[in-house]
Write a protein that binds this ligand. Structure first.
Ligand code: IMP
Ligand code: MG
Length: 201
């Protein structure tokens, strides 16, 4: 006997805010991301030939970017991770940054490449750079996959930028909205749909 096709479950309750009408429009395909990341890895290595590079990824958004960047980078490379919290469940930053997980090892005397998913207001990087500079690295450079310069508040700059994007909320390739969409292989613009259109504060 043929099995009955599964029906989507009907929920009598209203959907969690934002989830119902959400849609994602692809902005940068996975293939484009990979091509650019390969170029960035070569660019960084060219600037520091023969030097051990210590990649410090900002969890969790930078995970895919760091792993792909690391794979494309010849020579001696080590990794570490740090985690900060700046965004809640919405699409607007509170402006406050707090360290939620510190590095495993010292960065003293190392050439550190801070690897971040996106540079938005700049508050996160400004905070991290202050923390790192106190720890006496040999030098620090910043690599970001995406840059949204229109929203900058803090005077920070990235040495390596994958793509400059317009002022839209993006998800995918590590970037999330309320912890979802990180696993998308592309970067896309999220729209919250009619009911929840507009940013949360
Ligand atoms: P900033 O402190 O405002 O520069 O924000 C940096 C952090 O906010 C990033 O590391 C992301 O985690 C998050 N963020 C900023 N813009 C977006 C976005 O468009 N989509 C998803 N996360 C974002
Ligand atoms: Mg981040």
């Amino acid at each position: 006997m043929a099995k009955k096709a599964k029906q989507p479950k009907k929920s009598p309750k209203p959907q969690p805010k934002g989830k119902g009408g959400e849609s994602v429009r692809i902005l940068i395909s996975g293939a484009r991301l990979q091509r650019r990341i390969k170029e960035m890895a070569r660019e960084i290595r060219k600037d520091f030939p023969g030097e051990p590079l210590h990649l410090v990824g900002v969890l969790k958004g930078a995970v895919f970017f760091l792993t792909d960047l690391g794979k494309q980078m010849p020579g001696e490379v080590s990794f570490d991770f740090i985690a900060v919290a700046s965004y809640g469940q919405g699409t607007h930053s509170s402006g406050q940054v707090r360290l939620t997980r510190d590095l495993d090892s010292s960065i003293e005397g190392k050439t550190v490449i801070v690897v971040e998913d996106i540079l938005d207001t700049g508050m996160t990087l400004q905070y991290l750079l202050r923390v790192f500079e106190q720890r006496k690295p040999k030098r620090i450079r910043v690599a970001v996959l995406l840059d949204k310069p229109e929203r900058r508040i803090a005077a920070v700059h990235a040495d390596y930028v994958g793509f400059t994007i317009p002022n839209e909320f993006v998800v995918g390739f590590g970037l999330d909205y309320a912890e979802r969409y990180r696993n998308m292989p592309d970067v896309g613009v999220l729209s919250l749909g009619t009911k929840d259109e507009g940013r949360k504060s």
